[in-house]
Structure formats: C-alpha cells, structure tokens
Design a protein around this ligand. Structure first.
Ligand SMILES: Cc1ncc(COP(=O)(O)O)c(C=O)c1O
Length: 412
C-alpha cells in the first residue's frame, strides 16, 4: 500500500487584530489563559464547585436573585433556542417585538417550535414605545412575548423597564435576547421583571463565542417543570414523567439542564469544560471592575467615538435617544465604497469594523466598542486609521477634527 502524504498546515498563527465590529471582539488576556487550564472530570467536586461559582457570578451579572443562572453550551443562539424551545409548547401564542435582524431570528425559532406567532415591527433604527407594546399584547393576548435588548443589526437598544410589568399585567412570560448588551449595558432582570434572558460571551463579556449564559425565574421554571422528562437510561426508581408535552429538543431541554446544574447533578451533556472556565473568568473580570464602572466605560467610549465620527463630517444611524452604548452605526459617505474602506482598515491597520445586514448593507458600518476593546487608545486608533483610509478613498474629513473631538469627549 502506498502511503499518502499527510496534508499538514503550519501551526496556527492568527494576525494581531483590533476587532471593533459588533462582535466577536478581542478576548481579555486572563480569559485566554483560562482556556488553557487543565481538564477536570465533569463530576469532579472541584468542577461542580466551579459550576456553582458560575451560577453565583452570573446571578450578579444578570442582577437577579433567580436560582437559575447557568450556561448553555453553544453560541448565543443556543441560549435563545433553549429558552424558547422550553418555554413554548406547540400552539402557544407568541408575540415578537421586532426592531432588527434578531427579531426575525426569534420569529423563526418560535415558528420552528410550532408556536402561533405574531409580530409587531418598528422601522430599523427605532424602538418601541411601551404604549405600542401594551396595545399589541392587549390585542393578541400572547402566552409569551419575545424581544431583543440591543439589536446589533440596527445598533438600537429597546428600553425594557416597562415591558416586563406590561407582560405581567396580561399574564404573559417575557423572554429577552441580551446577547449584545450583557457586560456593556445594564440588564436589570429582577427590576425589569424579565422572566427569561439569554446571552453570549463574544461581545461585551469579551470571551470567545461558544457559551451562552442564561437566567430564568420561577414562573419559567414552573412551566418547564410541567414538561420534565428524564432520559430512559438514567431514570431513578419510581420515576414518573411530568404530564406536559415533552420538550422537543433534548440538548436544549431546560428541565434537563436544571437537573444537571441543580443538586441532583443528573447526567445530561458533558459540560464544555474550557468554555465554562472562560465564562467564569469573563464574569469575574467584569464584576471585579464593577458593573457600574463597566457600563460607564462603555458609555464614555461610545460618546467619544461618536463625537469623533461626527466631527469628521460623518452621520450616525438611528434614533440618538436609543443607541446601544457599545456599537455605533455610521452612514457610509456616498463617495466611498464601504467594503473597500473596511478591507483597507483591516489590511493596512489591522482594525476590523463591521458591515451591515439586509437593507442596511452597503449603507452603514457598525463600529463596536465592546468589552476589552472599549478603551481610549483603541477609539483614538480607530478614528485616526479611519481618517487616513477615508482620505485615500477620496473623502476628506477636516484635518485632525475627529481625534480632537474624541479627546475632548474623554477630557469631559
Ligand atoms: C442580538 C444578537 N442575538 C443573537 C446573536 C447570535 O449569536 P451567535 O452568533 O453567538 O449565535 C447575535 C450575534 O451577533 C446578536 O447580536
């Protein structure tokens, strides 16, 4: 037999990048280190103690007293699917509040759960007034309302402080996708009466994609427990399944995750050890800085970035009263090719900024100031580099104006 020459590539050597898009972004150095910590068995008491610590840490990040704050293995949409698949029984009325691309994702997932889906929309770049949400809930009487907190596709943040109360008034459960805001803007789960919230690590938590922190309260736990089933191979003696319809996904079954993360430690998946280390470190870093300080840092850097961009004569996208504090939409000036500018920023300066989806593609760049990236030096670097690239592409901003305005914003 002739031996085939194995196909081997050079060792990994990713170029250093400053990632200033809508996520993923550069990872905290201590989070990178945590990823190389040694493996532990999933029922090693040291590992289960780490799992418990993760629950304690994420309760604080989510600002909640909920018992259930845990990780779903997979990117942010794994957490979305776990919440929606477990909360929605086929046939349930689900109302989606849609103000961007990720509202459509919630709609699609609700449809896959065989829900009776209704959606209200608002123009991209705007958010909902509480009154409009109330009218829609009153009209449709959904069992579940689902929305996004910060939709990176439009860079808008939906105020949620009144939406939870309105849902309670009509006895609906409220699910929120807070992937893009966690660690960058406050998510007051208990204060805003959010019933279930899911997130991801790769934005303001400055971790790698691949773990989805979620939390849910007793109202959700009750719904989910009514559908609790245990896999046949591990059922204890005398076990009787709950009467409710079995949750259609095994992997995303919150009842099973409760059994696994709870004191019973019933075997489910093998917890993703390294991602749990990373998630633990992300939360540790942010809580050590202090949530309020972290949020203030994001507000300050996006204010400085926006001041710089506007001083360069660029126009910002969307309702100025409802912008996220961690990503900025910028209208691409007519005289330049948006993708060419992005690629030159990457090639010549090692800086990545984001393009846009759907109707905004080619019209809007999205510049992120998220997590570890959200620092004065990076904002100044981004503005100077963008100024240089724009100049080479025929757009001449007033010399030095962007950087001066950003300095001014930081100096306050
Ligand atoms: C608001 C929002 N929801 C969900 C997602 C999906 O996350 P993932 O790609 O980690 O599954 C993203 C990613 O950009 C997002 O910004």
């Amino acid at each position: 037999m002739t031996q085939k020459t194995p196909q081997i590539f050079a060792p990994l050597d990713p170029a250093p990048r400053l990632i200033m898009g809508p996520g993923p972004v550069n990872v905290y150095p201590s989070v990178l280190q945590s990823l190389s910590a040694p493996m532990l068995g999933q029922f090693d008491p040291q590992f289960t103690a780490y799992m418990n610590e993760v629950m304690v840490l994420y309760r604080q990040v989510f600002q909640t007293k909920n018992q259930w704050a845990l990780l779903v293995n997979g990117t942010a949409r794994a957490g979305i699917e776990a919440c929606m698949t477990s909360m929605i029984t086929p046939g349930d009325k689900v109302l989606i509040l849609n103000f961007g691309r990720f509202g459509y994702l919630l709609k699609e997932i609700a449809e896959r759960c065989s829900a009776d889906v209704m959606m209200i929309d608002t123009e991209w770049g705007t958010v909902f007034e509480p009154g409009a949400v109330r009218d829609a809930i009153k009209k449709h009487r959904p069992r579940i309302v689902a929305t996004v907190h910060g939709d990176t596709s439009t860079t808008m943040a939906q105020p949620l402080d009144q939406i939870g109360g309105i849902c309670r008034e009509f006895d609906a459960l409220l699910y929120v996708d807070a992937t893009a805001t966690m660690g960058g803007m406050s998510i007051d789960v208990d204060g805003w009466q959010l019933d279930a919230v899911s997130s991801g690590l790769q934005k303001c938590m400055s971790g790698p994609p691949g773990s989805s922190p979620i939390t849910f309260n007793e109202r959700v736990a009750e719904v989910v427990s009514k559908r609790r089933h245990i896999e046949e191979g591990i059922q204890p003696d005398g076990y009787a399944a709950a009467q409710g319809q079995r949750i259609q996904s095994n992997y995303f079954d919150l009842a099973m995750l409760m059994d696994y993360w709870g004191p019973d430690r019933l075997n489910h998946h093998t917890e993703s050890t390294s991602m749990l280390y990373a998630a633990r470190e992300c939360a540790r870093v942010i809580l050590s800085e202090g949530l309020e300080n972290t949020f203030a840092r994001h507000r300050q850097s996006s204010t400085a970035l926006r001041a710089g961009l506007q001083a360069m004569g660029l126009k910002l996208f969307g309702d100025p009263n409802h912008r996220m504090d961690n990503v900025t939409g910028v209208l691409i000036p007519n005289v330049v090719d948006g993708d060419k500018v992005r690629s030159e920023l990457l090639q010549d300066f090692g800086i990545e900024i984001g393009t846009s989806f759907g109707a905004l593609h080619g019209l809007v760049w999205r510049i992120g100031t998220m997590g570890y990236v959200c620092q004065k030096a990076n904002v100044l670097r981004c503005l100077t580099s963008l100024d240089a690239v724009l100049r080479r592409n025929g757009y001449n901003a007033p010399a030095g104006a962007g950087i001066e305005a950003a300095y001014g914003a930081y100096d306050g």
